[in-house]
Design a protein around this ligand. Structure first.
Ligand SMILES: [Zn+2]
Length: 67
């Protein structure tokens, strides 16, 4: 993501895990003349390609793993 103020690239300063599918990121603009620090969300939205060999968690028992 680019800085919404000056459109330079940014670096991620901190990450907080909110849920298994949502993180809050603190980003810092790399432009030394800007220095904007801001927060964004990173969220899982859907699967594009199903995993080939990953274990499947049963929906009625999240702690169990089917092999
Ligand atoms: Zn900036």
């Amino acid at each position: 993501m680019r800085c919404p103020i000056c459109h330079h690239s940014c670096r991620i300063q901190r990450t907080w895990i909110i849920t298994d599918h949502l993180r809050e990121l603190t980003r810092c603009c790399k432009n030394s003349e800007c220095g904007h620090v801001f927060a964004t969300h990173e969220e899982y939205i859907r699967t594009i390609v199903e995993p080939v060999a990953a274990p499947v968690v049963q929906p009625n028992n999240p702690s169990s793993i089917a092999l």
